[in-house]
Design a protein around this ligand. Structure first.
Ligand code: MN
Length: 423
């Protein structure tokens, strides 16, 4: 069942943590996203919840029995809702918990954030229809979308071992590429390094192998949503992707934001799932009244770039794309979970489902440089005059996401950032 709007979303609710009441914060009391943090002297991760500029140790505050995030996630939606309600009451202005909980509150500046959970398995979907169309056009101008696209949520099984939390930089990967005018490939650092603007859907409640998750149960299996950058080496991808799909072009690094925004926090930002009347309706197992009425989520997304030169000159990162999840996505989160399991695949607490690149319909809403530069043919020009087709060493990409709706408090996803290091 979709999460309901309740007292935790009330727009006038304020916190005794003053920074949570600042208009621009990503983490007001209405958000309460989960992540893992540690202090300088800690060896192990603790479960934290972001509130304003602080993080609350929720085990220390007595709200959970464990410091094992995956274990907590596996307890399911009912347990998570109970903790959310207790957090909302305890962090609210006037709460009797203030004195005891204040001892378990740490400035986000003094903690280290880890991966939000142990990421068990990773699947990447391809549900951004404008991305699929734009990329398809580069290869097949007359027939950009393959015939299965509007029937099957397309995806592939990715690599979890190289997913790092925001702030971890990575080396430009080596890979096998073949120039069009060359007979043989060579092993070189990628010359077409790209980002992909995605969301990550993190599974909480597992299902048993052979037991598919029905569409109206699917959201109860989801813990929350993160920002996700699926870095890609386009020249490696072009040479290797047939016949089995992406491999080394995608497995060298992915970056996830440290905070999982729960589906409960996203409840006010639900939208109808709309299919063009001229498009096929989904097969029965991917259709329900609830999915049609409120399956989509309105999340504004943006990508910014700061080059090495900009950093040295003290120039702030420049926004190079603005997009929106529900405008970009051809399928809902519930449809991804249901389709993933329809053949009997089991999902575990901590599995990450990437959405695929969430490009909007217009050129300035493209979620990758492959699209922004039209396949590398037309460089984008930054305000300081620098140009980019693909990423250079020292380039830093930052993803952000926010949800806004009149009558509700704005909530944000924090940031997902990393810098390309030389090969
Ligand atoms: Mn991807």
């Amino acid at each position: 069942m979709n999460a309901m709007i309740d007292a935790t979303h009330h727009p006038e609710l304020t916190s005794w943590v003053a920074s949570a009441n600042a208009p621009g914060t990503d983490f007001p009391i209405q958000n309460l996203p989960f992540g893992r943090f540690r202090l300088a002297h800690d060896a192990d991760w603790r479960i934290g919840v972001a509130i304003g500029d602080f993080v609350l140790d929720v085990h220390g505050a007595g709200l959970v029995q464990t410091q094992d995030m995956n274990r907590f996630m596996g307890l399911g939606q009912t347990a998570r809702i109970a903790v959310r309600r207790a957090l909302s009451e305890g962090l609210a202005v006037g709460s009797s918990q203030q004195t005891s909980w204040a001892k378990h509150l740490y400035s986000q500046k003094e903690v280290t954030m880890g991966l939000p959970c142990d990421i068990r398995d990773y699947t990447d979907f391809y549900i951004g229809i404008h991305h699929a169309t734009a990329v398809g056009k580069l290869f097949r101008p007359d027939n950009p979308l393959l015939p299965n696209y509007k029937w099957v949520p397309i995806g592939y099984h990715g690599r979890a071992s190289t997913i790092q939390v925001s702030g971890h930089n990575f080396k430009r990967p080596m890979g096998q590429t073949k120039a069009a005018d060359s007979e043989v490939p060579t092993l070189t650092p990628t010359q077409r390094l790209d980002f992909e603007l995605e969301l990550g859907v993190v599974i909480g409640t597992p299902n048993a192998q052979g037991e598919p998750i029905a569409l109206d149960q699917a959201q109860a299996h989801v813990f929350g949503v993160t920002l996700f950058n699926d870095w890609s080496a386009r020249d490696v991808q072009a040479w290797e992707y047939q016949p089995l799909g992406p491999f080394l072009s995608k497995n060298f690094a992915s970056t996830v934001s440290p905070w999982m925004v729960t589906l409960e926090a996203l409840a006010p930002f639900r939208q109808a799932f709309v299919r063009d009347a001229s498009d096929p309706q989904p097969l029965g197992y991917l259709q329900s009244l609830e999915n049609t009425q409120s399956g989509a989520i309105d999340i504004d997304l943006e990508v910014s770039l700061q080059t090495e030169h900009m950093r040295q000159a003290g120039i702030a990162p420049e926004v190079i794309s603005r997009s929106n999840f529900s405008q970009a996505a051809y399928w809902t989160i519930a449809q991804l979970v249901t389709h993933h399991t329809v053949g009997g695949c089991s999902l575990s607490a901590g599995d990450l489902l990437g959405t695929g690149t969430l490009s909007g319909p217009t050129p300035d809403s493209a979620g990758s440089l492959l699209e922004l530069s039209e396949g590398g043919k037309r460089a984008i020009t930054l305000k300081n005059g620098e140009q980019r087709t693909f990423l250079r060493d020292g380039d830093q990409i930052t993803l952000r996401g926010v949800c806004e709706r009149p009558g509700f408090r704005r909530i944000g996803f924090g940031e997902c950032t990393a810098t390309v290091l030389k090969a």
